[in-house]
Ligand binder design. Sequence first.
Ligand SMILES: Nc1ncnc2c1ncn2[C@@H]1O[C@H](COP(=O)(O)OP(=O)(O)OP(=O)(O)O)[C@@H](O)[C@H]1O
Ligand SMILES: [Mg+2]
Length: 468
Amino acid sequence: MPTMIDNTDTRNVLIIDDDDAVTTSLALLLKQSGYAPYTASNPEEALQTLGERPFALALQDMNFSRSTTGEEGLVLLQRIKGRYPHLPVVLITAWGSVELAVRGVKAGAIDFITKPWTHEQIRQSVQTALGLAEFRRTEATTAPMSRAELDAVHDFSGLIGKDPRFVRMLEVIGRVAATDAPVLITGESGTGKELVAEALWRNSARKEHPFVKVNLGGIPTSLFESELFGHVKGAFTDARQSRIGRFEAADEGTIFLDEIGDLDISCQVKLLRVLQDRTFERVGSSTSRTVNVRVISATNQDLVSMIETGSFREDLLYRLNLIVVHMPPLRERKGDIPALAAHFLHCIGGIYRRPDLEISPDAMDWLIVQEWPGNVRQLKHLVERTILLTPRNSLRAEDFDMAAHMQEKEPTKGMVPQPGRVTLDEMEREMILRSLKEYGGNVSRAATALGLSRGALYRRLEKHRIVP
Ligand SMILES: Nc1ncnc2c1ncn2[C@@H]1O[C@H](COP(=O)(O)OP(=O)(O)OP(=O)(O)O)[C@@H](O)[C@H]1O
Ligand SMILES: [Mg+2]
């Protein structure tokens, strides 16, 4: 077994492919991007070259001339990973051989590119793989950081929490922010996934560029392509003007694909393509466009079991989950409840001009023992409701208890309720439900009636968990 060569400082990249035209063009491209390319045309040559000098990365084709099953490629990958477990290997496979690519990732490949590739795709993939490899290498060796240490180097403002699990999650966020690697954020509803997605972007090199949030659960299947990729004038009946899609809007920045588990299977393949090669066409146009985006996604669903039941594509998961960040539920970090409650008391008290509010010690104990199935969002809503229902400044346990049990009363038709009877949130929800009913569930018309853009209404539908 060869000695482990430290590969932290090298720009050497090995290209393994039996097609000279491929190795030559990849070598040229990598050289232009500041790497030092080496080439190998068969497995033996590849292993020999790897033993001669340190490498930062290998780009490996899966098919060598003798067979097209990819088995040879898998064997080579396993031999490389056996000798150089820390060397990131990016596979090149034919489009459509998804199963092979997935087997490759399971066997230790860091990423895969499908043919035909674009220059941009190779450049991004190489850069991401290097960033990711650096992250994995340091992950195992660095001592855990404290919240104060993290705050000294990152901007985690607005993210409250000191619990060890939460802090470890922040540490991962801080370290992966700098890479371009896709991040999948999982966790129950209300745990702060969206907040964390924004923090990732805010701490990344893309922070001066857009952060575009797309709620995939809120987009009807029929509008998916035009919403994400845009359309040209006349592409369909309602397309009176050309419109850019969310991917173009996010160019140079970050796109946040929220509720990815809600995406219809027919849309998943369309999404896969743009994630694969960063190219797409506007609806009604045949011109391909390329974007440079970082992809963050989130879900409160178990995508692995969705794969088992056939409702989520495995290849799509491997495009999204190069890094997975799991948000702990609030009941597993109860130590953070006092700080969170105090934070919401301060923010919401400010909005309602009640700066002298405080939570009594018995109320704090009450808050800590609750189970919080709706997590931080539920805590925030309860604090708000309790403030509105309690005229005193010192909030006691029974005030929270009452607010928690208070039935949401239907406001009398047409009448504005007394302050303190319902929260603004409840009124908003009620108005939205009424408009949707009025317009038979037509979101565009309901949005117009409410004086909102369609996007703004979709955000509120999500917030109130209303399905139009
Ligand atoms: N650590 C935290 N510090 C401060 N506020 C938080 C924290 N975590 C969550 N919140 C607040 O709780 C609410 C819910 O958070 P968020 O929308 O990010 O949850 P989510 O995980 O995306 O939920 P869902 O799955 O329902 O979309 C937001 O108002 C957010 O500001
Ligand atoms: Mg969310």
